[in-house]
Write a protein that binds this ligand. Structure first.
Ligand code: ZN
Length: 254
């Protein structure tokens, strides 16, 4: 289910386990990924490599290697396909699968609960690489948001999407897919939801995050900041009034 990654994007890169059980990688210094534990984009160091003799005895098609995140020292498990079982080296494909991927996050303060419920699941689907489920949950997130925002809010979101199109320089195909996911419905001609690749899904994720921020978080933050200012203004006015009344009350005694 997870999306495969490739070190350096080069499938020709050499990577092998030698008879002493050491993993040799001609780009070892460039092994960088987003750590699922600390979320830092960090270099990782191989710490757990299967024994050469065990692999030669059973010849599994895939092998697992445990790395250490250089930033937080948590273990990261990657799975590789074996290219060749040679007499003196077991060559691995540089394409790997992250067994545990970094979970996508979003600060849900100020987002209404029905919208949060849907988008949280969208994030889980995205993190798991279940991109069709992610697409469906993005539509349900948008539908929940429209209920909260009302008819005028839906129109405003559509304007905002057009604005984002220019801002992020989205291509016409990506924009049409976004429009279909967020503003389409089950009654549209089939297929009513597009199939996304990893890159497009990443764009949809960032756009939905931005739309939710604009619709709920930004407004909530602004209202909160203004009510705090109003509170201090009221407090100051009350204190001044109290000060004035104390002074005017004691002025007779002086
Ligand atoms: Zn880490």
């Amino acid at each position: 289910m997870q999306n495969p990654g490739t070190w350096g994007g080069a499938l020709s890169m050499a990577m092998w386990i030698d008879p002493s059980g050491i993993l040799l990688h001609d780009q070892a210094q460039n092994l960088v990924l987003t750590c699922p534990h600390c979320h830092a984009v960090s270099h990782i160091t191989a710490t757990g490599v299967p024994r050469f003799a065990d692999l030669q005895a059973h010849k599994p098609k895939q092998v697992g290697i445990v790395y250490l995140c250089d930033a937080c020292h948590a273990p990261i498990f990657l799975r590789y396909s074996v290219r060749i079982y040679g007499a003196t080296r077991i060559e691995l494909s540089p394409q790997f699968t992250e067994v545990e991927r970094a979970r996508e996050k979003f600060a849900f303060t100020y987002v209404p609960e029905p919208v949060e419920l849907m988008f949280k699941e969208a994030l889980v689907c995205f993190s798991a690489g279940a991109l069709n489920a992610f697409t469906s949950m993005c539509r349900r997130t948008a539908q929940a948001a429209f209920v909260e925002l009302g008819g005028s809010g839906k129109l405003r979101l559509f304007d905002e999407l057009n604005h984002l199109r220019q801002l992020a320089e989205l291509g016409p195909e990506t924009f049409l897919k976004l429009k279909s996911i967020l503003f389409g419905s089950e009654t549209d001609p089939k297929p009513d939801l597009p199939v996304l690749d990893t890159y497009e899904a990443g764009i949809v994720l960032e756009v939905v995050k931005d739309l939710l921020y604009e619709s709920f978080v930004r407004k909530g933050k602004l209202q909160q900041a203004m009510s705090v200012r109003r509170y201090f203004l009221d407090e100051t006015a009350t204190n001044i009034e109290a000060l004035v009344s104390v002074r005017s009350g004691t002025s007779d005694d002086i």
